[in-house]
Design a protein around this ligand. Structure first.
Ligand code: DI6
Ligand code: FE
Length: 411
């Protein structure tokens, strides 16, 4: 049994003398507990609340950590990334700094298609090796769950390679990985401009095969003038429905094609970006319970000026998640802490909204709310322990990491 943990059945752990931001639904604000404790048995939370009310049976025999007054939040969740990719596009960044437009960059062989070329040339192991440092950067700031999309393969073999690489990342690190099939991301060169034929391929061949192998937990698409139309996306969503996979959508990022309404019509878990979403879109999302995933990194990096309609989301009661959108073209960002700062500074989200956005609401956007995202009994013991005096510090600082410890499934 060398190297095995000596845990007996009923392995009990206790974090005491802590301040908790439970993020529990229905509690005011962050669900703060000033003199709090969290107990976990076999990786599941069995208590989260005031230390004074901790049942004595949970205090006795537990492996105990004195948190010395530090704050505990749920482990952070990045619910929108394209983290599995090969190479980078720093060269395009330089071209843009020198004044080139996106079109010029694309004509020079850049854009998503250049990432497709790099990914197709990389082996699965190579992809894993190149992606690990990005995942490690998220983990180092307390992430315990990360969503990863395909979308740089754009054919059967390479989409599967991406999703397998994403699953492998989850085997190599103590983190929960959720995979999303993003076949309808861009048109590959071999499609020769025929978007409808490519959508057929995605909906009739690639998606069913990916689903049959259990490689994807959800299906996403890029609904945009430079990508696919709402009608084309609907064909992909019909195929997702037939495969019993939930959907998400890159919607209304650069123009208003009413992607938010399309997503809502299909009961999407989330619609993401949403800079150009209008009131009808926000209202439809509220009715459908579709989460609005806010991606300030992409907004910042491409110097977008139109902000997502945060006021409308609040007014209609749309839940908001916050994510990095880590990708080589429009958001080479691997920090959820900085992402929260951007969401607050650029879009005016409150500290409470930012923290909910990278915990509870991000879990909701991944259909994982019963499993993680808050400090509540029955959920996985995914915790982040912080060297801070108040939660606002997690949003306020830029480029500083106050993580003291990270617990995934109780370890
Ligand atoms: N929206 C984006 O901003 C990224 N993908 C997407 O659907 C861009 C991805 C890239 O440029 O590589
Ligand atoms: Fe994205």
């Amino acid at each position: 049994m060398a190297g095995q943990s000596k845990s007996r059945a009923g392995d009990l752990r206790l974090w005491r003398n802590a301040r908790l931001a439970t993020m529990a639904e229905g509690s005011a604000g962050l669900g703060v507990v000033e003199h709090g404790a969290v107990a976990a048995r076999d990786g599941r939370i069995v208590y989260a609340g005031p230390e004074s009310e901790l049942p004595p049976t949970l205090a006795q025999g537990a492996e105990t950590v004195d948190c010395e007054g530090r704050w505990i939040t749920p482990g952070l969740i990045d619910c929108h990334t394209h983290l599995v990719h090969a190479g980078n596009r720093a060269n395009e960044f330089e071209m843009r700094l020198a004044g080139a437009t996106y079109e010029e960059v694309a004509r020079a062989g850049g854009g998503i298609v250049s990432s497709v070329k790099s990914l197709r040339a990389a082996s699965e192991d190579d992809l894993v090796a190149q992606s690990l440092p990005r995942l490690d950067a998220l983990i180092a700031e307390g992430a315990t769950t990360v969503e990863i999309k395909s979308g740089y393969g754009l054919d059967l073999e390479n989409e599967k390679k991406s999703l397998r690489a994403a699953r492998q990342l989850g085997n190599q690190r103590p983190v929960t990985i959720r995979t999303t099939f993003l076949g309808a991301h861009a048109l590959p060169p071999e499609a020769k401009g025929d978007k409808d034929a490519f959508i057929d391929l995605v909906a009739k061949e690639i998606l069913p095969s990916v689903a049959a192998e259990g490689l994807a937990d959800a299906v996403d698409g890029f609904c945009e003038g430079i990508a696919f139309s709402p009608d084309q996306m609907a064909r992909v969503f019909d195929a997702a429905r037939a495969a019993r996979l939930p959907v998400k959508l890159h919607a209304d990022q650069l123009s208003n094609l009413h992607g938010a309404e399309l997503a809502a019509r299909y009961g999407a878990l989330s619609a993401d970006h949403l800079e150009y979403t209008d009131e009808a879109g926000a209202a439809a999302m509220a009715r459908a319970g579709t989460v609005a995933t806010i991606l300030p990194g992409a907004y910042y990096f491409i110097r977008e000026t139109k902000k997502p309609p945060i006021g409308l989301f609040r007014q209609h009661g749309v839940r908001m998640a916050v994510a990095t959108d880590n990708n080589p073209g429009t958001s080479p960002l691997t920090s959820l802490l900085l992402t929260m700062n951007m969401a607050a500074t650029l879009f005016g989200l409150t500290v409470d909204e930012c923290l909910a956005g990278v915990t509870r609401e991000a879990a909701r956007a991944l259909s994982l709310l019963r499993e993680t995202g808050t400090l509540e009994v029955g959920k996985s013991a995914d915790l982040a322990i912080w060297d801070i005096e108040r939660p606002a510090e997690l949003v306020y600082r830029m480029g500083f990491n106050p993580l003291h410890a990270r617990i995934w499934r109780g370890q």
